[in-house]
Design a protein around this ligand. Sequence first.
Ligand code: PEP
Ligand code: MG
Length: 592
Amino acid sequence: MTDELAPKLEQQFEGVAASPGIAMGPVFFIGADVVTVEKKTLTPQDVDQEVVKFAHALESAKSDLQQLVEKTSLSIGIDSAKIFEIHQLLLEDVMIVDETVRRIREEHMNADQAFLEVMEHFEVSMESIEGEYLKARAADIRDVKRRVIRKIQGDVRPNLKKLKDPAIIFAKELTPSDTVNLERNKVLGFAMDFGGRTSHAAIMARSIKVPSVVGLKKTGNLLHTGDFVILDGNSGILIINPNPETITQYKKRFSDFRNIQRKLEHLKNLPTRTLDGKNIELSANIEFPEEAKSVREYGGFGVGLFRTEYLYLTKDELPSEEMQFKEYVRILQALGDQPAIIRTFDLGGDKVPHTITLPPEANPFLGARGIRLYRDGGADLFKTQLRAIVRASVHGKVRIMFPMISCVTEIRYCQSMLNEVKQELLQEGIAFSDNIPVGAMIEVPSAAMVADMIARECDFLSIGTNDLVQYTLAVDRGNEHIAYLYRPYNPAVLRLIKNTIDKGHKNGVWVGICGEMASDPLMTMIFIGMGMDEFSVSPVSLLIMKEIIRRVECNECIMLADQITGFSTPGEIEGFLRELMKTRFQDLSLLF
Ligand code: PEP
Ligand code: MG
């Protein structure tokens, strides 16, 4: 029997459950190194423009490479950085550049196709020469080829808009901007070798409401487009070539999950209130303005976190005040009388738009990120966004929130910029609401420690546990290799959360939670017991949260929150909660 005829064996892989649900279907595989180019014939008028596009792409690729040279020299050493210097030299090779321009001008070829052909020609000649050194140079050529083509195409990495049939997307790594380009109605689910539950690609999966498993390490090496898989986003499992029994078993799980979802639908218009009458604000996290209209549909009350970064990541130019204003108004209009918390941009870390050049950093998550970009050169960008938000305030209930606050000075700075913006708008005679609540995200441990001082400077606090966990435990939230250490149930994290709630309340502000921990049904009773006022969760989790909240009493939650302070390890806490919730909510046990 040839390999092709042999029955394919079922293989199971465990990753991190990133978005709930079960999907079955063929894989659409995106290798990190795939670029797709379509040959086009230019009209004579477009030729000059195409040459300019090519020149810009070269410049931009060279400048990225320069950054890589500097970054690599600092972090790994000068020798390792040499590789990128070689790549830079390739981009200065007259033959490559001239031949590409010739093809554009004389053959009216689109720039990406012209460059692809020239580089492939070069690559073949290198590969045919004997010797390891030159073979390695062929790999460099491929790398440079992909880099420039992506630049010409506007850094749209894999062309996910071209997805023809429904599929489960598998990628080694999807960037936040890739996920934005997904043809959403064709995506059954998505899986990734990299990442943890709170990496931004996982958050995106939840926002497009498809099952997802991330952190599958090297599973991608075994997959090809067209392979049949089952993706279990509830337990974080990917099954390649499932056998018939597994398919039957998963079909049953799929229908059980669907039944739970259907059973919860009646909750949509019911209040989020505990059995003993405590109202909890249950709102949604959104990444795109168009999601706002589905918040009510999914049973939520308003938006507790609009991550505005996607306005910056999806465009080829920085979003103007007018463009942002329109997007914010769109959200507010969709919500009617419900509030929207608009978080000012939290760029940096793994969310760097190609419209902004940041200096190379060895530790971007500890570097220029979030509010740290609002000073000096970033002050204008910050003010533009604040103007758009403040102007939008006459169209609905706006709340503003600042990310990555680590001390009182920073929240004061943000407040002073906001006041400046309001003064400017007053002078220009532009209307805005005189009641825009301002909040600080508590996602850096130092902020959680001085939550009382920060609370005195604003109107509400919202706990961003995705970062709070990462910074408290010194565990990169997106690193699949140490995902086992990323434990939100760590008592240190729980103490910081409790401290934030207590200090916020003592200083007269309400406290919410908008990190992914808010969507964890194991934690709902604990947070209620700690006194949390607001939960902002992924829309897919709204109804489940509402169901749990409506079936508990505050007193039992307070006792439970007290009881878990007796445990010393995340494992003990998780194990205890899982058992408890499975027994307490037997009909929902699939979710715990
Ligand atoms: C968080 O850190 O918990 C949070 C909500 O912000 P983001 O995930 O966008 O960093
Ligand atoms: Mg955060």
